[in-house]
Design a protein around this ligand. Structure first.
Ligand code: AMP
Length: 287
């Protein structure tokens, strides 16, 4: 096994910071954030965490200053750098969308041909329209993209949205998405080769946390003769564990279920004879 410490670049500001630190802590990495100074040494694993601007993560990994990095998929696309995505992380979900003023005539992205499109993702936007042979003039802006139509800088914008509330507040209407984005773990090809085992272990642990969050552990007691009915309600990860109880004719059932299903499932379990139903969080899950 390699003895070199892995360097992981993570955002030091902005909306990806909290979910990223939360994920790393939940994965079991013990480190102090020390006001997000440049580097934090992980105490229990050979990893150093480098806090950098979200926009700089890809460059740090490309230049092998960091072995791994966490950033937005949109920023990897915008960088034009071809880095391997080790794992998609499921948070920071948004989409790069094209929008026009609410009362504009355009209904679809192809109708933007010949128009000006303001965006802080000029490279990804140019490539996307060029790939579809739609001729637009891309106006690069570093921020406040949503006010560009009002200022007369462009007829349309391409911007990141999650709920669309910011678009609506600015009197804009989406006419189509370029692509979806989420936080991703990227790696330098050199590190993925030389530090393969360590990278794999980190990626597995992050995945275990993400999988665990999507599931719940459900325990219940039930009359043994209702097992079939209850099992049918519990497709779960594998068949549920069934444990006989001291009380004759009674069993305990343990199962892993989708976190989103709990709301609908519990009343049905109760109706099928379950009692003493407990729902527990799952810290990590490796299927
Ligand atoms: P920051 O500008 O540092 O707050 O982070 C921006 C990154 O967060 C983007 O590059 C996306 O990957 C991600 N993100 C998630 N949701 C949104 C959103 N609604 N608007 C902008 N960025 C978002």
């Amino acid at each position: 096994m390699s003895t070199r410490r892995i360097t992981l670049a993570v955002p030091n500001k902005g909306r990806l910071v909290e979910p990223t630190l939360h994920l790393l802590h939940d994965a079991g990495l013990v480190f102090e954030e020390r006001d997000r100074s440049l580097v934090s040494r992980v105490e229990n694993v050979a990893i150093d965490i480098l806090f950098v601007r979200t926009n700089d993560v890809v460059e740090f990994v490309r230049d092998s200053v960091a072995d791994l990095g966490i950033t937005g998929a949109d920023l990897l696309a915008e960088s034009g750098v071809d880095l391997p995505v080790v794992r998609r992380l499921g948070y920071g979900r948004c989409r790069l969308t094209a929008a026009v003023p609410r009362d504009a005539v355009q209904q679809g992205v192809e109708e933007l041909a010949g128009l000006r499109v303001a965006t802080s993702h000029p490279r990804a936007t140019r490539r996307w329209f060029a790939d579809r042979s739609i001729d637009v003039a891309v106006i690069p802006l570093s921020g406040a993209v949503e006010v560009a139509p009002r200022l007369g800088l462009a007829e349309a914008i391409v911007d990141l949205v999650s709920t669309g509330a910011t678009l609506a507040t600015n009197g804009l209407r989406s006419i189509g998405d370029l692509f979806p984005s989420e936080a991703i773990l990227v790696g330098s090809p050199a590190a993925l080769d030389a530090q393969a085992d360590d990278v794999d272990r980190l990626s597995t642990m992050l995945g275990a946390v993400l999988e665990g969050r999507r599931r719940k552990y459900v325990m219940m007691n039930a009359p043994a003769d209702r097992l079939g009915e209850l099992e049918a309600l519990l497709p779960g990860l594998e068949s549920p564990s069934v444990i006989p109880l001291a009380h004759p004719g009674m069993i305990a059932i343990h199962a892993v279920v989708g976190a989103d299903d709990v709301w609908a499932l519990l009343p049905r379990l109760k109706d099928a004879g379950a009692s003493g139903i407990l729902v527990l969080p799952i810290e990590k899950l490796i299927a």
